[in-house]
Design a protein around this ligand. Structure first.
Ligand code: TYM
Length: 332
């Protein structure tokens, strides 16, 4: 059976980008017919300035939202990364496999490092080593497929390189995974700055639709989305990024093709209105279910406890194998 792993980091409230780029397929496709594991990857939230209480709160909220969006603990395994020690155990072995040069080339390291520096904050060493921990998240489970948005492609490529290198040096240990992406909306852009990704940590969020935003706020954000000064509706990501983003959002919500949709609109206003209503409709049941599940802390904690137990049982033998393969003496 195909093994699937993916994760989401609790650095901010989850966004429409997270949902359309990743979560929706986890719910609708990946948890059915594959052995799928999903993790709130909290250790990754410590790679940039953080507030401990907020990370704790967002970790539970992210897990609750994943359940509200439709992950079913009877069908998949949902857990918090720091509850399963195998991730950090394996990460060190992969640090001994990766090179300094390949990590410094990672786009997210360059972007987030520059942002931290310009805010006068030091760049944490963990921001550099973060993709190695992500590789460990994936490789610990003999993962075949990693369903992610576009922005994670480079990290999954690195994961593949590390798996191949480790296997060549130390004997076959890891499955070499591949990234999978949704057909549309693999990169939802910020509504106020359609040349940059809609990212949950880019606050304040006038250009970001959060999954828990009230319907009227969603409408307001989409109606105020930045578009260009043209009047005709065409789908052109390079020349008309704001318009293309709205077309992709609407297409993803309704299962249509963005280029075909473009032909159906004469005005930006109509497109915005339809996109806003489609998103409101998409998010309404998630918000409702979130409120119900959030009222029952015991349920979420029980799901996460069972998930961590299963994940540990899957990962431990493989990580033990990797420790032996790399030359470490097993504890007697
Ligand atoms: P994160 O938490 O930034 O995002 C979670 C998932 O949402 C996708 N995504 C988007 N897709 C389309 N448009 C957007 N604007 C958008 N913003 C986010 C991301 O591509 C991702 O699939 N490094 C990862 C977390 C991670 C992980 C892993 C993922 C850690 N270990 C192992 C897969 C496997 C991250 O920062 O995702």
């Amino acid at each position: 059976m195909t093994r699937i792993f993916s994760g989401i980091k609790p650095t901010g409230h989850l966004t429409l980008g997270n949902y359309l780029g990743a979560m929706r397929r986890w719910v609708e496709v990946d948890q059915h017919g594959a052995d799928a594991l999903f993790s709130v990857v909290d250790l990754h939230a410590l790679t940039v300035e953080h507030d401990p209480a907020r990370v704790r709160r967002l970790t539970r909220q992210s897990a609750t939202l994943l359940l509200a969006a439709g992950l079913d603990p009877e069908l998949c395994t949902l857990f918090v990364q720091s509850h399963v020690h195998e991730h950090t155990r394996l990460s060190y072995l992969l640090e001994c496999t990766a090179t300094d040069g390949e990590l410094r080339r990672m786009i997210q390291y360059k972007e987030k490092g520059a942002r931290a520096q310009s805010a006068g904050q030091g760049v944490r060493l963990s921001l550099l080593t973060y993709p190695v921990l992500m590789a460990a998240d994936i490789l610990a489970y003999r993962t075949d497929e990693v369903p992610v948005g576009d922005d994670q492609t480079q990290h999954v490529e690195l994961t593949r390189d590390l798996a191949v290198r480790f296997n060549q040096r130390h004997g076959h240990t890891f499955t070499v995974p591949r990234a999978t992406h949704p057909p549309v909306a693999a990169r939802v852009m910020d509504l106020q700055d359609p040349t940059s990704k809609m990212g949950k940590s880019h606050e304040p969020g006038a250009g970001i639709v959060y999954l828990l935003d009230e319907a009227d706020l969603v409408r307001k954000k989409i109606m105020r989305a930045v578009t260009d000064s043209g009047t005709d509706v065409v789908y052109d990501r390079a020349e008309r990024p704001g318009l293309a983003n709205l077309l992709e959002i609407l297409a993803a919500c309704t299962g249509a093709d963005p280029a075909v949709l473009a032909g159906e609109y004469r005005s930006y206003g109509d497109l915005k209105r339809d996109a806003a209503e489609a998103v409101v409709e998409l998010l309404a049941p998630i918000r409702k279910r979130h409120a119900e599940i959030a009222a029952d802390h015991g349920y979420v904690d029980a799901v996460l406890r069972a998930g961590a137990e299963r994940a540990t049982a899957l990962a431990r033998p493989l990580v033990d194998d990797a420790y032996r393969a790399i030359g470490l003496l097993p504890a007697g």
